[in-house]
Design a protein around this ligand. Structure first.
Ligand SMILES: [Zn+2]
Length: 300
């Protein structure tokens, strides 16, 4: 059985530095190590060292390839370094704020020389509307480079921000799968990924897949959004998603991020059990766990 993980966060040293920029009580020197210590994480050290730690974790669990997301605007270099070191194992994704002054250059560089393959939008976090024309530029860049776009919708909690006591002023209204559908329809050549089955906007995410053949759903995380749907089980989620989106448009993911926790085998086991319970065929399971990812992000 081949497994590819479509959703992992690359929490590099640079990520920790950028995330804690506004925190005065941290040293300028060795800042990433100090933050890691506060979080009780393994210090990420260099991007290359972290990339090696990731491949060891993937090897241990029999995972072939993984998407690594640079998880704060400005940290694209770290994921680019990881991809350059292990091009057959990693696919580089990058968070971008399309309203940032340098968004155009960042897009060109990320999809170009940095060889990253998917732009990740977090409209609730960066507080912009998906119908903002600057969002269209992200899709245009993706279309020009054969890249994909990931759009986080629904509930958004960022564990590391909470643990560090960082204030998060998110506008959940901005992450609506129906707004994603409108963009996906305008850029039909761009594969679009909505993570966590829409993270609470399950119905809307399914509607988006029904409307647009280029919209995909990732299955990542514990999917705790199910608590907003009394009685809903992961098995039922898979069954309904398969019914509407089909096996070709579901991408397995875990949402793994920091060490020492590493790759989240528990999330995989829960999803494997749900796939079994939903009676998903071998063929469909292979597509969800690996085949779709390889189709969208072929080996370089
Ligand atoms: Zn995530």
């Amino acid at each position: 059985m081949t497994i590819n993980d479509a959703h992992c966060h690359f929490f590099s040293s640079r990520f920790l530095e950028l995330l804690t920029q506004g925190m005065p009580d941290l040293p300028a020197e060795g800042r990433a190590d100090a933050v890691a210590q506060r979080l009780q994480w393994t210090p990420p050290r260099t991007a290359e060292e972290l990339a090696d730690r990731w491949t060891e974790a993937l090897d241990r669990h029999g995972v072939s390839r993984a998407a690594l997301i640079s998880s704060i605007p400005g940290d694209e270099d770290s994921v680019a370094a990881a991809v350059a070191r292990h091009p057959s194992r990693f696919v580089g994704f990058f968070m971008i704020n399309p309203t940032g002054a340098d968004a155009d250059q960042r897009l060109t560089r990320a999809f170009g020389e940095q060889r990253l393959r998917c732009a990740c939008l977090f409209p609730a976090m960066h507080r912009y509307r998906l119908d903002d024309e600057r969002v269209g530029k992200v899709f245009e860049a993706a279309a020009a480079h054969g890249g994909a776009v990931f759009v986080h919708c629904g509930v958004l909690t960022v564990g590391v921000r909470a643990k560090l006591g960082l204030r998060s002023v998110f506008d959940l209204r901005s992450g609506d799968p129906l707004a994603v559908a409108s963009l996906a329809a305008a850029y039909p050549s761009v594969p679009v990924v909505i993570p966590h089955f829409g993270a609470g906007f399950f119905r809307e995410a399914l509607m988006a897949t029904a409307q647009c053949p280029n919209v995909h759903l990732d299955t990542s995380s514990s999917n705790s959004w199910m608590k907003y749907y009394p009685g809903l089980t992961l098995e039922a989620v898979f069954r309904q998603a398969l019914d509407i989106a089909g096996a070709e448009r579901l991408l397995f993911g875990t949402d793994s991020s920091f060490f020492p926790r590493g790759w989240q085998a528990g999330v995989f086991e829960a999803q494997r059990a749900a796939l079994g319970g939903a009676g998903v065929s071998e063929t469909d399971r292979a597509l969800i766990l690996a085949g779709n990812f390889d189709r969208l992000f072929p080996q370089p």
